[in-house]
Design a protein around this ligand. Structure first.
Ligand SMILES: [Zn+2]
Length: 236
């Protein structure tokens, strides 16, 4: 999140309420989800324990991904590493009045710190980048087979409204599509891997079928690279 996006988010909150901001929750460690932390202090920043670790250990790579876009640099120069100060391992609950917000970690997937935010009474699920809408998923830290295992568990959550990490708010059908797309990518890349093709040749034969009109088609190269690393056991 850039400072200007953080300001927009802050204004959006202020359009709804003048109450103090009680918690800032990071769904995982990627810069577009955490770089706005400093603008929500003194609210505690809540995240998975691994989010804090990944932010520290991968800060430079995390910043570099966005720094590659020249227009973003003046904004990124204002970012100070602002770490989560409330962390958990498997799950925790936040309560705002009588509203319960469950934070749930299901294992490595899009990163090693992805969490769900689930409001059971509202059947509302914030999926972070575990499920995105209208684009191929981002894969700088993705482990495709573990991600699929995690999505099988996410699918069991009783949710009607699903807020993705990117793209419009959706429902169970949109989640099912994200899951189907990831499974298709896995099958397509696995076929090349099992046939002993190079990554480059596999990229050429990956066919995402009904998802070929989505944004992010240029991500197939990185997805293939990371999938090869996952298949070979190189990724933990
Ligand atoms: Zn992400």
């Amino acid at each position: 999140m850039t400072p200007s996006l953080a300001t927009k988010l802050y204004s959006a909150v202020r359009n709804v309420t003048s109450a103090p901001i009680r918690f800032m929750v990071n769904t995982h460690f990627h810069g577009d989800h955490v770089f706005g932390n400093q603008y929500f202090l003194p609210a505690p920043i809540v995240a998975h324990e691994n989010c804090r670790t990944e932010l520290i250990e991968k800060f430079d790579a995390n910043m570099q991904r966005y720094y590659a876009r020249e227009a973003l640099r003046p904004e990124l120069d204002q970012i100070k590493m602002t770490l989560p100060d409330v962390t958990f391992q498997d799950r925790m609950s936040l309560r705002l009045g009588d509203r319960e917000i469950q934070l749930i970690f299901l294992g490595r997937a899009h990163s090693n710190s992805d969490i769900l935010l689930y409001l059971p009474d509202e059947k509302l699920l914030y999926a972070g980048d575990l499920a995105v809408n209208g684009t191929l998923p981002a894969f700088p830290d993705g482990h495709i087979t573990k991600w699929l295992t995690v999505l099988d568990k996410v699918a069991e959550v009783d949710a009607e409204t699903i807020v993705p990490g990117h793209g419009p708010v959706g429902d169970k059908n949109d989640f099912d599509s994200a899951q189907e797309l990831l499974a298709l990518l896995n099958d397509e890349i696995r076929r090349g891997y099992d046939a002993g093709l190079s990554e480059e040749d596999t990229v050429k034969q990956v066919n995402v079928g009904r998802f070929s009109n989505l944004a992010g088609q240029d991500r197939v190269g990185l997805i293939t690279h990371m999938a090869y690393r996952a298949f070979s056991g190189e990724l933990e």
